[in-house]
Design a binder for this molecule. Structure first.
Ligand code: SF4
Ligand code: SF4
Ligand code: SF4
Ligand code: FES
Length: 957
């Protein structure tokens, strides 16, 4: 399949940002031509829009104009001197001259000063050919530099190479401040300053530290903004200027940032955030921007492998042999144990098309509904709770909607770590004056960071979300702060009346729940009043809501809170789940649930079954299949014997590792399709090499329901894209599928799924991305849902009683463990651990409050044994006041940490989503690893040896 490359050229830089959208247009004259632009446009941008490029250095259209370099001078009739075009607003009737001798001489003079303190090593400079300073020297016609290098200069300034992804060479800096402004305005980290004055001015990370030691989070915004080679990507330095680019979508988190993969041949030189990306508007985080090296890491497995049992070495085989082997195993197992003894797990890392054809394979070739997705262990309560109350299993807004919010509530989410690009946008809105309420057991960064401070931090005890959200609604209802008009017009009256009676019960008052939640009643009352008093209130939540025994209840309580304040159905408001992985929304949309076909249609519905069954030429079972935890239970019980897992590492990511590994060890055949021999693949008998997001075509759907194109930038290292592998396996099973390109899979999805009816690759290419529903009623998609009417008609308030979790602290397990993510690693870390990101986080640690640490004689850096009723592991302690007494916290990015050895099999009552966020534990100082860790190390060594033998057959014997 051929790859269509786009040219390397990027969108033109119009110098200053577009003004706030307004309707008024004005007309001015630039170099004798009439130009009409929106009011508020700068002279520089007006000129650029009419193809007149005024030289510039300190201006770029992603940053507010600064007016420091004086290169963009123009003449304006009636104005004195030569004003800077970047900071001068275009006015009606203005007459602008952009070029004459006086202007040219002045610009040349300015440029000469810059160049006199800049090394003239253009030929060997890494950005030769990709440098605005070089371009501008040409544009202003600089021919000589009269001042020479004899005077004072910065040419010997020392290079900072501490950051693994970009270098900082101050000898090339022109102190234009673009990097500083990018860090402030775009990223919101405020890590850079210009220190000193005049000739002494210099860019400085934090307190004159190296980039690595500073507050910098390596988002790359400063590198992007730098017009010189001062800040340069290591990829660019090593590989040279790219020659073509392809627009694709980041494969890490649910923000779904659009990138230009800038390439040389089959090699990625750098990933540059796409200015036209609707989810990211040209911004990125360290993962999407820099952490793509895993795609070509030496650990990639590029050949199919098979073996009879997990105790023997792998054997590399041809694709055909692997498909035949796998298909025979599945057929044999079904013949022996029955049709329902096999199933599959799809991945939210994979594309919509890949997920779709796996659930099709299960339903058509396996002949059952035993398909589930990793959303089971993260956002399944979102689907349940939002469907029940609002009528659609998805977030209600676009990310851009936050720019119209007056008050933002964040519940159980840590956006700066897990959804960093959206966090930057949110911080921008907060700096503009929106107010913030955080519900989290831990002091996340947004509670207090540069220029952002939460108005209220409700530092609740883990597992008490329902009690706190109910208490917020109780205050609103009991103080008459609700939006009764909205409720009367938009919501189901019966549901509302039942809920009103429930929520007004004093058991839901902040005073009553205080002992349980630990949040002072005044704080709850203040937060409730603030939320109800503002015109636009938006709620964002994450896994700290869903991964609880009452995850679905909390989602419904959040929907109640939004409905009772009228915060649904327009910009600036809404209920917004921050989906974890890149395609969680998509994997749910695509019907990879045991009870639902694509588009959330229940398998018991005969019309839906007939629709898919007729198209696929099979009869679809009306019985819901097994959920992931049921598959594990059935495997341990001996009734479930084979699994096909694509792109999902259940052995590391799912709770209660002992149980999961017991289940995986009980299978007779496990087919793993992945990039690496991950923890799950160590229990596999068939390994089918996967392709990274750079090696395939398809689409991802982000947290705002935005379907974005994933485009192949290099050929698959193992020869097949993931969808092709599934298709071949299906064929070997006797159910051939005949797609020639993922576009045909999407066409089928669109034909069979009303909310996708208007989606096609052609439209995606034309519009860049589309938010579903997209059909005849919404040809270009739906940025905001539930406008005028809820998807289910009337919004349905649900009664949401607080039921304490069974996972309670005892004398034996007196602490509560809760888990989360950090910025530089991603989920199970299979990808990010194979990049330079380990420089920031090379092990998971246990955060413990000083009080709890002191009681146990634990000091910073000590090894701590963490025991729960499920298991025991050992982690290094970090003493921190970010966590409250009685609570400990860790991340789960490294398999050896064994965070999930400790988490239990408790789960959400409605969806079985595991209760990762609450585990009763004891922590004590230890001097050796846990038994599990020692066994894990031994098993890993054995499995790596089995792999080594496959890769080096001569090693055998
Ligand atoms: S990489 Fe990002 S966080 Fe770091 S200094 Fe640059 S803009 Fe700031
Ligand atoms: S590092 Fe680059 S962007 Fe920053 S001041 Fe220097 S030249 Fe300008
Ligand atoms: S915010 Fe998410 S989607 Fe965007 S670059 Fe970072 S990891 Fe990728
Ligand atoms: S570009 Fe206008 S002053 Fe620098």
């Amino acid at each position: 399949m051929s790859t269509v490359y786009q040219s390397y050229e990027r969108a033109p830089d119009l110098g200053t940002p577009a003004p706030e959208a307004g309707t008024k247009l004005i007309t001015l004259t630039i170099d004798g031509n009439e130009v009409t632009v929106p009011e508020g446009t700068s002279v520089m941008r007006a000129a650029a829009l009419s193809n007149i490029n005024i030289p510039k250095l300190c201006a770029t259209d992603s940053l507010e104009p600064f007016g420091s370099c004086r290169l963009c001078l123009v003449q304006i009739e009636g104005m004195k001197g030569l004003p800077a075009s970047c900071t001068t607003e275009a006015r009606p009737g203005m007459k602008v001259t952009t070029q004459n001798k006086k202007i040219a001489d002045t610009r040349r003079g300015v440029m000469e000063l810059y160049i006199s303190d800049h090394p003239l090593d253009c030929l060997t400079c890494p950005t030769n050919g990709d440098c605005e300073l070089q371009d501008m020297a040409g544009a202003v016609g600089l021919r000589e530099v009269r001042y020479g290098y004899k005077g004072e200069n910065h040419l010997d300034a020392k290079k900072d190479t501490s950051n693994p992804y970009f270098t900082f060479d101050p000898s090339k800096c022109i102190v234009c401040s673009r990097c500083v402004r990018a860090c402030d305005e775009v990223q919101g980290t405020f890590a850079l300053t210009i220190q000193g004055r005049g000739f002494e001015s210099k860019v400085s990370p934090s307190q004159n530290q190296s980039f690595l030691d500073s507050e910098c989070v390596s988002c790359g915004a400063c590198v992007q903004a730098c017009p010189t080679a001062t800040l340069s990507e290591v990829g660019l330095i090593e590989k040279g200027v790219p020659e073509h680019s392809v627009i694709t979508t980041c494969a890490y988190c649910g923000v779904g940032c659009s990138f230009r993969a800038e390439m040389k041949g089959q090699e990625v030189v750098r990933m540059v955030p796409n200015k036209d990306g609707h989810a990211n508007h040209g911004h990125s985080c360290v993962k999407g921007r820099f952490s793509f090296g895993y795609a070509t890491h030496k650990d990639r497995i590029k050949k199919p492998m098979i073996r009879e049992t997990i105790h023997e070495p792998w054997r590399e085989v041809s694709w055909d042999e692997a498909f035949t082997f796998a298909a025979n195993k599945i057929k044999g197992i079904q013949a022996k144990y029955g049709k329902n003894s096999v199933g599959a797990i799809t991945s939210s890392r994979c594309t919509n098309e890949e997920v779709y054809i796996i659930q099709k394979l299960v339903r058509a070739a396996f002949g059952n509904n035993n398909v589930d997705t990793c959303a089971r262990v993260c956002h399944s309560p979102t689907g349940f709770g939002l469907k029940a109350t609002l009528g659609e299993s998805a977030g209600t807004q676009s990310f851009d909607s936050v720019m119209k919010s007056d008050v933002i509530v964040i519940i159980g989410a840590n956006p700066t770590a897990a959804h960093p690009v959206f966090a930057s946008q949110m911080k921008r809105r907060l700096r503009q004056g929106a107010q913030l309420i955080v519900l989290d057991p831990r002091e996340i960064d947004l509670v207090r960071s540069a220029h952002v401070e939460a108005d209220y931090h409700l530092q609740l005890r883990p597992s008490t979300n329902v009690a706190v959200v109910n208490a917020l609604s109780h205050v609103i209802m009991s103080e008459g702060l609700q939006n009764q008009k909205f409720i009367d017009e938009r919501c189901d009256p019966e549901g509302f009346n039942a809920w009103k009676e429930f929520i007004l019960d004093p058991v839901n008052s902040p005073e009553h729940v205080f002992e349980e939640t630990g949040v002072s009643p005044e704080v709850v009352r203040g937060a409730a009043r603030l939320f109800a008093s503002k015109p636009n209130g938006a709620i964002y939540y994450g896994l700290g809501v869903t991964e609880h025994s009452q995850g679905s209840t909390t989602v419904m309580a959040i929907a109640n809170l939004a409905m009772c304040t009228g915060n649904i159905g327009r910009e600036g408001v809404g209920v917004n789940p921050l989906r974890g992985q890149n395609n969680v929304q998509g994997s749910c949309d695509m019907g990879s649930f045991p009870h639902e076909l694509p588009g959330y249609r229940h398998v018991s519905d005969s019309a839906t079954r007939a629709l898919f069954g007729t198209t696929w030429g099979v009869e679809i079972s009306a019985n819901p299949g097994l959920r992931i935890p049921n598959m594990f239970d059935a495997a341990v019980a001996g009734t479930f014997k084979a699994m096909y897992i694509q792109g999902e590492d259940v052995a590391q990511s799912d709770p209660d590792t002992h149980h999961v590994t017991a289940a995986l060890s009980s299978l007779e055949c496990m087919i793993v399709q992945d990039l690496f021999l991950n923890e799950t693949a160590k229990f596999a008998t068939v390994f089918l090499p996967g392709s990274s997001f750079l090696e395939k075509n398809g689409t991802f759907t982000n947290a705002e329901r935005r379907i974005s194109p994933v485009r192949k930038v290099m050929e698959p290292l193992a020869g097949l894209e993931d969808w092709e592998v599934t298709q071949e396996l299906s064929k070997a099973l006797g159910y051939p599928m005949n797609y020639t390109h993922p576009r045909e899979i999407m066409d089928e999805i669109a034909r069979l799924t009303p909310t996708f009816a208007g989606i096609s690759y052609e439209k995606l290419d034309r519009l860049g991305s589309i938010q579903w529903p997209c059909n005849d009623d919404a040809e270009n998609g739906t940025p905001t849902m539930h406008i005028g009417e809820f998807v289910r008609g009337k919004g349905l308030f649900k009664v949401t009683p607080y039921v304490p979790t069974d996972e309670v602290t005892t004398r034996m397990y007196p602490l509560l463990l809760t888990t989360g993510r950090i910025l530089s690693q991603y989920n199970v870390g299979a990808q990010t651990r194979r990049t330079e990101n380990g420089k920031w986080h090379d092990e998971d640690v246990l955060e413990i409050h000083p009080h709890d640490a002191e009681q146990r004689g634990i000091e910073d850096g000590d090894w701590v044994g963490l025991q729960s009723r499920a298991g025991e592991t050992v982690l290094r302690a970090v003493i921190s006041e970010r966590i409250q007494p009685g609570v400990v916290y860790t991340t789960f990015h490294h398999p050896f940490s064994g965070a999930n050895v400790v988490t239990t099999d408790n789960s959400d009552w409605a969806t079985n989503c595991p209760e990762y966020k609450v585990t009763a534990v004891q922590a004590s100082k230890v001097t050796k690893l846990s038994d599990w860790q020692m066994k894990f190390a031994k098993f890993t060594d054995e499995q790596l040896e089995h792999l080594r033998r496959a890769r080096e057959p001569q090693a055998i014997g």
